[in-house]
Ligand binder design. Sequence first.
Ligand code: PEP
Ligand code: MN
Length: 336
Amino acid sequence: MLIVMHHKASRKQIDAIIAAVRNMGLKAKPIPGSQRTAIGVLGNKGYIDDLNIRDLPGVKEVIHVTKPYKMVSRDFHPKGTVIKVAHVEIGAGKRPIVIAGPCAVESEHQIVKTALAVKRMGADLLRGGAFKPRTGPHTFQGLEREGLRLLSLAKKKSGLPIVTEVMTPENIALVEEHADVLQVGTRNMQNFDLLKELGRIRKPVLLKRGMSATIEEFLAAAEYICAEGNPNVILCERGIRTFETATRNSLDLSVIPLINELSHLPVIIDPSHATGKRSLVPPMSKAALVAGANGIMVEVHPEPDKALSDGPQSLTIEGFGKMMSEIKSLISFLGF
Ligand code: PEP
Ligand code: MN
C-alpha cells in the first residue's frame, strides 16, 4: 500500500500516519518527493484494510499496490538508485560501466593477462567465474577456492574490482571475501534461499534474469534481496529462451526502458550470454547503451578457442579493444 499525502500535509500529519501504520503492526517507509510525501507500507502478507488511514488529516489517496514487489518499485523510490563499487558508480545519470573478463577463471596467466589488458582498454570491473553453474556435470565446474584466490590476485595487479558468481548460501561468506559484486546466475534467479541470504549482506548483488522469467518475476526476485535489507541490487538482462536457435538466447532490450519505468534499480546487459556469438557482441553492446543501459558485461578471453567454457561468445583481447574504442565515442555522444 502507498499512502500519498497532500502537498500541504504537515510534518505532524505525516508522523500521525506513520504511527497509525505502526499500530497496525506494519512498517512505514516515508518517501519524500518534490511535490508531496508518500508513505510506503511494508510487511503485510495480503490486502490491508485502509479504513484507519484514508480519512486521517493530510491523506490525499491510498493506492493498493498489487505488484509482488514494492521496495524495488519506482512507486516506492522515485529517484534512480546509484550503486557504488569501490570508486565506480553504477546507475541513473552515471557513465555506463563496462564489466569484462573470461567466463571462468582458468589459470593465473589467463586471468591476470585478461585483467591487465581489459583495464588498459577501459574496463571498470573484472568478471570471472570460480563457481560455475554448468548445464551438465561432466564439464569444467570452475576452480572454486583457487579461482577466488586468483581473482584477488588479478584485482591486486590490475586495480579492477571483482564480479563473481555465488551459487549456494553456504558459499556467500567465502565469495564475499574476494568479490566486490556477487553475481546470481540465470539458473539461480529463483533460488529464494540464496536471494534471502544475499539480502543479509551489504555488498552489491548482480542479479541475472532467469532464462524464462517474466519481468515481474525478475523484479520480485530482486525484492527478495532488498526486503532482507540489502538495497544494492544491479539487474542484468542476459537473454531469454525463445523459439529461435540461431542465437543462444534472444536479447530482450526492451527491458531497459521498461525496467526504468517500473524500478529504480540499475540495469545492465550481458550480450555475450544473450547471443552466444562473438560477432554479435559489439553491435548488441552498442544497442544496449543507446537504449539506456547503465552498463554492459562482456566475456573476454586471451585464447577463446581454448576456453574451458563459452569460447564462441568470448571476445579476443584485440576484439575487446576495438569494441571499447567504438563504445567510448558512443558514450561521449550519449552525453557522458
Ligand atoms: C556467466 O556469467 O558466466 C553465466 C553463467 O551467466 P548466466 O547465468 O547468464 O548463464
Ligand atoms: Mn559464461
